[in-house]
Design a protein around this ligand. Structure first.
Ligand SMILES: [Mg+2]
Length: 227
């Protein structure tokens, strides 16, 4: 019997384009204002310094504050994974969610499915490459309301990559469950393969343009009917 239902976010509970169409543009548009308003806060000062340091090392340039902002915008556009950018974006999104500027996208079938899962006595967990903090924001300020009271576990890449079986073994270990008691949902076959390899049950979500694979596929949680 399944005791833990484990969910990927992008392409599974959430539109695959949410991050690129909503979150990235929001951080791009609000970057300058945010930095100018918070430039004396220690976290922002440190982030600005980190950007200057990186550019000094890579391009031998000393950036002004305006140039730091322009560089950060360039990094958003080119999807550079830089710690300082991630830090600032995270803070901008915190404010955006809290002010209700946007909500974490969830497909309409997610909340009813979570409800039915909890009714069986099973628990709900999330495993996404976005940070645990970002995951809690999506579900806490979602288009279906605050779903965080329904969720028992959040895992990010601190347990390992999503295409590695060892990550799923770690999740089983951390939740003190046998892999066969866990059902993992994702849109990515490589992730399903990694989870199945250690004995988890898996189902592929076929939202939008996602191509079917060798794994059982559903277009919506409303048509899921057990293992
Ligand atoms: Mg996904």
């Amino acid at each position: 019997m399944t005791k833990l239902f484990l969910f990927d976010i992008e392409g599974t509970t959430t539109d695959i384009n949410f991050v690129h169409k909503v979150l990235f543009p929001y951080s791009f548009q609000n970057l300058e204002n945010f930095i100018l308003h918070h430039q004396t806060s220690p976290v922002i000062l440190k982030a600005i310094e980190d950007v200057r340091q990186t550019v000094l090392e890579e391009e031998k340039l000393n950036l002004t504050l305006n140039e730091v902002i322009a560089k950060l915008r360039f990094w958003i556009e080119t999807d550079r994974k830089h710690g300082a950018l991630k830090e600032i974006q995270g803070l901008i999104w915190d404010h955006g969610y809290a002010k209700g500027e946007f909500k974490g996208h969830l497909f309409d079938d997610v909340k009813p499915f979570f409800t039915s899962v909890l009714e069986t006595g099973a628990k709900i967990g999330i495993y996404s490459s976005g940070s645990v903090h970002a995951q809690k924001l999506i579900f806490g300020f979602s288009t279906s309301g605050d779903l965080t009271p329904m969720i028992s576990y959040y895992f990010d890449t601190k347990v390992g990559g999503k295409r590695e079986s060892s990550s799923y073994a770690k999740i089983a270990q951390l939740t003190q469950l046998h892999p066969s008691e866990i059902h993992f949902f994702s849109d990515i076959p490589e992730e399903l393969k990694a989870a199945k390899m250690i004995g988890m049950h898996v189902t592929q979500l076929l939202r939008g343009d996602t191509s079917p694979s060798e794994y059982e596929g559903i277009t919506s949680f409303s048509v899921f009917n057990g293992n």
